[in-house]
Design a binder for this molecule. Structure first.
Ligand SMILES: Cc1cc2nc3c(=O)[nH]c(=O)nc-3n(C[C@H](O)[C@H](O)[C@H](O)COP(=O)(O)OP(=O)(O)OC[C@H]3O[C@@H](n4cnc5c(N)ncnc54)[C@H](O)[C@@H]3O)c2cc1C
Length: 439
C-alpha cells in the first residue's frame, strides 16, 4: 500500500474561477464502495477518460476521485489556450513526423471539446480565436518563427505572417518584432470549461470532490483509500499529472514547475477605446519560459502568464505571488503604456509537469492500472486526448490515434534529487539568460 504523502493544495488564488459565480462541489466520498472503474484526478485527462469509459460502457460504474474541486487545479488555472499545433518545430525528419502526430492528436482533442461544449451548452467563452506566436528579438524571429513558417508552408498549415505594425493594429502593442498567426486554436476560460466538463458527466459516473486518495494499493481489484471512504475498483486510471510519481509511477521521470498567471481588472469603456485591435486574441511567446503568454479575454481583461520555476515540492507562498504580481504589472505596462492605470486583479500559481524529452506518460502501468499524465504544459488538448485514448485502449476499442500517442509517449529518465535540482535550475537559468530578449 503506497501512502500518498504530497497532495494538491488549493490556495484559493485562481483568477479564472474568481470571475465566475460560486459553484458547489460534488460531495466527498464517505463510504466504502466497489466500482468497475476508479479515476484519480478530475482534470482534462481524468474527465475525458471518465466520459469515454461511461459512453462505451453505460452499464459500468465509474467513480472519479478529485483531491480538490473541479476547475481549481491546473486544469482551471492555465492560460486557456486549446493548442492545435506544436509551439516550435525544427526540420529534422523525426521531428516533422512527431509534429504530424501531435497535430492529429490535438485536432481530435479540440473536436471532442468542441462537441462536448456544444452538446451540453457549457458557458466558458470557448471561441476559435487562433493564436499569435510572437518574437521580441530578431534572433527569435530567425530561429523560431521562420522555421515555423517553413514547416507550416510545407505541411499546408494555414498561417499568416504578422509584422510589428500589423500586430500593433491587431492586438494593440508594438512590443513584438513579428508573429505567426495560426487560426485553428481556441481560447476559453479554463475554470468554466473544467466545471462544465465535471457537471455534465454521463449518469453512470460519480464525481467525488474534496476526496484525495491518500493510500493506494494496486491489484485486482485495486484499493483506494480516501480520508472518509474507500474504493475497490477493477480498473484504475491515474490522471494526476505531476503527482503520478507519488503513486509510484514514472518515478525519476517527471519535473514539476510552478507557473504564474495574472488577470487585470476589466478595462473601462474609455480604456477599450484606447486599445486598438481585436476584441479577443491570444499570444504565445517564441520562448515559453522567458517570454510571456498574453490574452485579451471576452470580458476585456488582459492575461499575463510568466514566471515559471522548478518546484518539486508543488508549493508557492503568498509573498512570491505578491512579487510576481508586481512583475506582471511591469510586463503589462511595457506592452500597454497607455493603459498604465489598469491594475492586476488576480495573480495565481499553478503547476505544470514536464518531461526531459517532452513526452507524456500514457498506457497501462501495472495490471489494471492505467495512466495519462505529464502533459508538458499543453494539457487541455494533450490531457483530453490522453484520457480518451486511454479509455479506448483499456476497453480494446480500435482507434488509429492510439498508435500516434504511443509513438510520442514515454518520459525520459532524469537523475534523482538533489543532483536533479542543481542540474535543472542551472539549465533553466541558462535558458532564461539566453532568451532574455524575449521577456
Ligand atoms: C499558469 C499555467 C498556464 C498554462 N497554460 C496552458 C494553456 O494555455 N494550454 C494548455 O493546454 N495547458 C496549459 N497549462 C497546463 C495545463 O493546465 C495542464 O497541462 C493540465 O491541467 C494537465 O491536465 P491533467 O488533466 O493531466 O492534470 P490536472 O489538470 O493537473 O488535473 C489533475 C488533478 O488530479 C488531482 N489530484 C492530484 N493528486 C490527487 C490525489 N492524491 N487524489 C485525488 N486527486 C488528485 C489534482 O487535484 C488535479 O485536479 C498551463 C498551466 C499553468 C499552471
Amino acid at each position: 500500500m503506497v501512502a500518498i504523502r504530497l497532495l494538491p493544495e488549493n490556495d484559493t488564488t485562481n483568477g479564472w474561477s474568481a470571475v465566475l459565480p460560486p459553484r458547489t462541489p460534488r460531495p466527498p466520498l464517505v463510504a466504502t464502495i466497489t466500482a468497475d472503474w476508479a479515476i484519480i484526478g478530475a482534470g482534462y485527462a481524468g474527465l475525458a477518460a471518465a466520459r469515454r469509459l461511461a459512453e462505451h460502457r453505460p452499464g459500468d460504474s465509474v467513480i472519479v476521485l478529485e483531491a480538490g474541486a473541479a476547475g481549481e487545479g491546473a486544469q482551471g488555472r492555465n492560460a486557456g489556450f486549446a493548442i492545435d499545433l506544436p509551439h516550435n518545430v525544427t526540420s529534422s525528419l523525426a521531428e516533422l513526423e512527431e509534429s504530424a502526430r501531435y497535430k492529429r492528436l490535438y485536432r481530435a482533442a479540440i473536436d471532442h471539446l468542441d462537441e462536448t461544449i456544444r452538446t451540453h451548452g457549457i458557458a466558458c467563452d470557448w471561441s476559435r480565436d487562433g493564436r499569435y506566436h510572437a518574437a521580441v528579438s530578431e534572433r527569435a524571429v530567425q530561429s523560431v518563427l521562420k522555421p515555423l513558417v517553413a514547416e507550416l508552408s510545407r505541411s499546408g498549415g494555414e498561417h499568416r505572417w504578422v509584422d510589428r505594425r500589423a500586430l500593433a493594429d491587431e492586438i494593440g502593442t508594438d512590443y513584438y518584432t513579428a508573429a505567426v498567426f495560426t487560426p485553428g486554436g481556441y481560447l476559453v476560460n479554463p475554470a468554466a470549461l473544467s466545471r462544465g466538463l465535471a457537471d455534465t458527466l454521463p449518469g453512470n459516473v460519480t464525481l467525488c470532490e474534496n476526496t484525495p486518495v491518500v493510500r493506494f494499493e494496486p491489484g485486482v481489484p485495486s484499493r483506494l483509500v480516501t480520508p472518509k471512504g474507500e474504493v475497490k475498483a477493477r480498473q484504475v486510471v491515474i490522471a494526476v499529472n505531476g503527482f503520478a510519481d507519488r503513486f509510484g509511477y514514472f518515478r525519476h521521470r517527471l519535473l514539476s514547475f510552478a507557473a504564474h498567471a495574472s488577470l487585470t481588472r476589466p478595462l473601462s469603456v474609455a480604456e477599450i477605446a484606447k486599445l486598438k485591435g481585436r476584441a479577443r486574441w491570444g499570444l504565445t511567446p517564441a520562448n515559453a519560459f522567458a517570454g510571456i503568454t498574453m490574452r485579451r479575454t471576452a470580458d476585456n481583461r488582459i492575461l499575463v502568464r510568466q514566471n515559471v520555476s522548478f518546484r518539486p515540492d508543488l508549493r508557492a507562498s503568498d509573498e512570491e505571488r505578491a512579487r510576481v504580481a508586481l512583475h506582471h504589472k511591469r510586463l503589462f505596462d511595457q506592452r500597454f503604456h497607455e493603459l498604465s492605470d489598469v491594475t492586476i486583479a488576480h495573480t495565481w500559481t499553478g503547476y505544470i509537469c514536464l518531461s526531459r524529452n517532452g513526452a507524456p506518460g500514457f498506457g497501462e502501468v501495472a495490471p489494471g492500472v492505467w495512466a495519462s499524465v505529464c502533459q508538458n504544459a499543453v494539457g487541455m488538448t494533450k490531457g483530453t486526448i490522453g484520457g480518451l485514448l486511454l479509455a479506448d485502449k483499456a476497453l480494446g476499442v480500435r482507434n488509429p490515434l492510439i498508435e500516434d500517442i504511443e509513438a510520442v509517449s514515454g518520459p525520459a529518465w532524469i537523475p534523482p534529487r538533489p543532483a536533479l535540482d542543481i542540474g535543472v535550475r542551472a539549465r533553466f537559468a541558462f535558458e532564461l539568460w539566453r532568451s532574455r530578449a524575449e521577456a
